[in-house]
Design a protein. Sequence first.
Length: 438
Amino acid sequence: MGKLHNFISSANVRNVGKLLSANVVAQVIGLIVYPILTRMYAPEDFGLMNLFVSISGILVILSTAEYYNAIVLPKKDTEGVWVAYLCTCILLFVVGITGISVFFSEQIAQLFNTPDLANYYWLLPIFILITGGWNILNYWYIRHTQYSSISKYQLSQSTFSAIAKIGFGHAGVLRGGLIYSIVIAPLLSLIIRLIALYRSGIKNQLLRPSWEHIKAVAKRYKKFPQFSLPRSFVNMVAGQLPVLLLTPLFGAEYIGWWSMALLLGFTPINMITRSIYQVLYQHTTVCVNNRQPISSYFRRFTLWVLVIGVPTFGVLYWILPELTSWFLGDGWETTSVYLRWMLPWLLCSILTASTGFLADIFFKQQIGFGFEILTAILRTVAVVIGIWQNDFTLAIICYAIGTAISVIAQYLWLVSLIKKYDAQLTSASHDQSDDSEI
């Protein structure tokens, strides 16, 4: 009982609680408007938005070459500043290249058999700049344990997004209203955070840009673009395969149903895993830098996820059809079919998404990349089966099953990393004891 009390009252749990409460409120704000939005916008409108997000998501992965993950790692704050500068330079370069692609927006839209995409493609470089900028700032906050600033961004972004989506829908801007909203909301939230950061005296912590130091950190953390970037890129492309490959064949309506299943499935998952990930990442980094064991709290985390998650997801399986119809309204029944098949994948994702940083901390990005390739292969086979059988639902079923298998395998590997690290600490401790006795 005492151990449980100490665990609950620990700083890590308080930080998780701080972020989790903000995440819950932010996600609830986003969710409660969907019964309104699904009665304003058609599935095709959500499908168009999801296509825009899919394309931009792939480019956002490239926008900092995954270097932003390294902002947390250095012991010295000055090195963290150089990493942030490096990320900013790469981000501006990618935004510039994306801006050039705007001139070919009509051809790109035709490639996806979605002509309406051309009308909103010009927003893509702006969205990448905003999202990449927040990734840099977010990890700066994590490094300095400024979790309240992350919470404020999450709350404001969700609120602005909900207001904008309803506002555009009420004004009759239905075809592109959702896309405008997902660009405007994070832009306003990022501007607010940057103003607050400036007023907090951030300029006193920054250094004059030095290409020598920037090149040095780029070389030191080169495994992020070498292995984390391909891993994240493959993961993102594999995650967007249903949208990228099935939209031209089945149309935006099917993608709308699928995107809604992803939204309803991963919104509660993300509100949990984002908070846990950010706190565990910072805490685990400190423990590893100080050569402290980490297996105990990871073991407790796994136990709590299984004890709470298994019965909860079992109940959800039976009530999803009625729950989805009540929440979304008529025309969205197909979404519950996809959600049911996603449940094992969703449960396993809580574990893996919360602890995926372990591959970066232990510099095992090569093996992590291998798991992403495995996931990509399984997902590609799933989509190809659906295309071969001309059956969108079959593609989603195979996609969900294949992803669950890969996620389980990846988590077992992450657990092995934890055990190996603690075993090395124990062995080193014993060696020191033997030396002292001699």
